[in-house]
Ligand binder design. Structure first.
Ligand SMILES: [Zn+2]
Length: 113
């Protein structure tokens, strides 16, 4: 597990890599503009508590990787950390679908009874 987490942070650069997926963000000038993914910079530390809380609730590999990356810096705004907007949305959305699955399980139990 520790080895996996180390590989997740290997060569990670807040200015060049997505905080969530770890892939390079918007710095490849050879890439046609239409194929570039939208990204944002971390402009406020207020973003972090929500990200950390979501990562802890996910309690999975992706959540752990994000927690490790966030932990690498004490000031992501100063680091000018970047992230893909769709990665951020997916990261937050997954937790919602998980809770929806929970509700479905509850309904199925009711039907069986
Ligand atoms: Zn990404």
């Amino acid at each position: 597990m520790i080895v996996v987490l180390r590989s997740a942070t290997l060569d990670f650069n807040f200015k060049e890599n997505c905080l969530f997926c770890g892939e390079r963000v918007g710095v490849d000038s050879k890439c046609p503009k239409s194929r570039r993914r939208d990204f944002s910079c971390v402009e406020t530390l207020e973003l972090l508590p929500g990200v950390v809380a979501t990562a802890r609730k996910r309690n999975d590999k992706w959540g752990n990787e994000v927690l490790v990356r966030v932990g690498l810096s004490c000031d992501l705004v100063a680091e000018e950390a970047r992230y893909h907007r769709d990665c951020y949305a997916t990261f937050l959305r997954k937790r919602l679908s998980d809770s929806a699955e929970f509700q479905n399980v509850g309904r199925q139990k009711k039907i069986k009874n």
